[in-house]
Write a protein that binds this ligand. Structure first.
Ligand code: GLN
Length: 301
């Protein structure tokens, strides 16, 4: 495993096309694209890493996985009245389907759907309380204390979050947001600005493993369902492509991170800031493709 990860990281260093770093959040545009880290936390508790696996990065939409787990913990199946479970086939920040589908987003991993899960998780708490509970959940899942929100990134996104505000107001007009768009966006931008290293993220992902050694923060049924949504919706309109190339549930973020769950085997985090046309890490996806091929880890046997 160690040799494989080092080989993957070394190969990435030589890549000519590294994709394009997200620049619509000004603070993210400053990140050096010449980085790739990869970590594997196995089901039985081993940790392997290579490349820039100890460098903290902005987890962005990967936070949607943790918030979904918490929102389900709070309201259970009632969540599905407010958000669907189908891939959208649209970009992560698209507003297109919301009008046709009357303010009910397709799934919890596109931005509109994540605003609903954040609103649900927020409930009647303050953003500070909700974010505190989210950080505690991630620290418990990973057994790592040193996980924080980068306020500069949160502020940078909040100042430029015009599309996300549009989505929030649109859903609020349909009654599908309980809190004000200001409160929901304030919380959402801070959850996206959580920083983690590949090692911390791979460890945190173990809460979605189905083995007895994994942290038991959610029920087995819920783990299966969150994994199913990651498989079908975790990479936006690139979800089919990721499933085809990697064959494992994954969730990407525009910070360049990807969390991948190999049921029964382990949790993998890869990070490289340059993105492909879908807004998913370009080298991260390629690294996962090689990883899955070489290890044979797949949900398809
Ligand atoms: N914070 C980002 C946004 O809402 C998250 C998007 C992403 O990671 N794909 O635009």
């Amino acid at each position: 495993m160690q040799d494989l990860l080092e080989d993957i990281a070394a190969r990435a260093l030589g890549a000519e096309d590294r994709g394009k770093v997200a620049d619509y959040i000004p603070e993210l545009a400053k990140v050096d694209p010449n980085q790739l880290g990869i970590s594997v936390a196995t089901a039985d508790g081993e940790l392997f890493s290579a490349g820039n696996a100890q460098t903290p990065f902005s987890i962005q939409s990967i936070s949607k996985v943790f918030v979904l787990a918490l929102a389900l913990g709070q309201v259970g199946e009632a969540l599905w009245k407010r958000v669907g479970r189908e891939p959208s086939g649209q970009a992560f920040d698209s507003i297109l389907l919301l009008e046709r589908e009357k303010g009910i987003p397709r799934n919890p991993f596109i931005n509109a759907g994540a605003l609903v899960t954040t609103d649900t998780f927020l409930g009647s708490a303050s953003p500070r309380e909700a974010l505190g509970a989210l950080i505690r959940f991630i620290r418990a899942a990973s057994d790592q204390e040193d996980i924080h929100i980068n306020d500069a990134v949160a502020r940078s996104e909040l100042e430029t979050a015009h599309r996300n505000f549009a989505l929030a107001h649109y859903m609020r007009s349909y009654g599908n947001l309980q809190n004000s768009p200001d409160l929901v966006l304030g919380t959402y931008c801070h959850q996206c600005a959580i920083e983690m290293t590949c090692e911390q993220l791979a460890l945190a992902g173990r809460f979605l493993l189905d083995t007895s050694d994994a942290p038991s923060l959610v029920s087995p049924v819920r783990k299966r369902r969150i994994n199913a949504l990651m498989m079908t919706c975790g990479h936006y309109d690139g979800s089919g492509d990721f499933a085809f190339r990697v064959g494992l549930p994954g969730k990407s973020g525009v910070g360049g991170g990807i969390l991948v769950i190999a049921p029964g085997r382990g949790s993998v985090a890869v990070w490289s800031p340059g993105l492909n046309g879908y807004g998913n890490s370009k080298l991260g996806t390629e690294a996962m493709e090689v990883f899955a091929r070489k290890t044979g880890w797949s949900i398809f046997g």
